[in-house]
Design a protein around this ligand. Sequence first.
Ligand SMILES: Nc1ncnc2c1ncn2[C@@H]1O[C@H](COP(=O)(O)OP(=O)(O)OP(=O)(O)O)[C@@H](O)[C@H]1O
Length: 269
Amino acid sequence: MAIAVMPRVEEELQPAVKQQEVLLHACDLNVYYGQQHAVQEVSLTVNKHEVLALIGPSGCGKSTFLRTMNRMNDGIEGARVTGQILYEGLNVLGENIHVTALRKEIGMVFQKPYPFPKSIYENLVHGLRHHQVKKSEWDETIEDALTKAALWDEVKDRLHESALALSGGQQQRLCIARALVLKPRVLLLDEPASALDPIATAKIEALMLELKKEHTVVVVTHNMQQAARVSDRTAFFYQGKLIEVGNTKQMFHQPGEKQTADYIAGRFG
Ligand SMILES: Nc1ncnc2c1ncn2[C@@H]1O[C@H](COP(=O)(O)OP(=O)(O)OP(=O)(O)O)[C@@H](O)[C@H]1O
């Protein structure tokens, strides 16, 4: 299923974008909830095969920015978006976008794992059915996704048991596998480990490093050590604005802006 109902339009900035292996490019993005200006004039790129971490204090617009990338804000009453998010030259905010097809390529995993109250297998088949993937491909696709989500060995003998019987960490990896069955190019993770214990968190972090080999990962996190451990680049948001984005090691050792330095040092947030 094609994402765009209309043909792709080559944008003027595409040649420069392609050279840098940029996959997503937010340009002058604004998101409003009624009068609340949640994301303000944000321009930010996401490169292919990187982990990009979005950090910043509560309410600074990280999740809103993340959700806008695959149109998760569409259903929120009073939400309004201006600007562009280019996905390989296509504005994902355009009216011509087939949102279901977009979400197949740009998948999302939320803070709290919410498996359907069905078997592990049924949880994974759901998306395949929805996207009319041939039944003959289901088993292989499911094994592949569970393997990538580092869950196959733990569940291969209980695929038809309830997903709700899994631990919190296993449920979150199942939710990641549920996104992976659709073979997305980008995974948007909204605080994927914040509800998990340290061991389950370490597994999710290891998974992010593995996933970027074949996918691109954008992760919202409150945990700065986590951002430092898993991400290639970090973007710091404050009060709806993007304050600074850059190489994670450099940003944590030598931030360019005072607000970033203060946040990283724990002086606010
Ligand atoms: N559905 C919504 N309706 C109205 N306002 C919202 C909605 N979602 C978020 N907001 C507001 O938009 C602003 C940004 O919220 P957002 O959730 O994007 O921030 P955040 O940085 O992800 O915060 P947190 O780290 O606490 O999740 C906040 O002021 C928030 O209250």
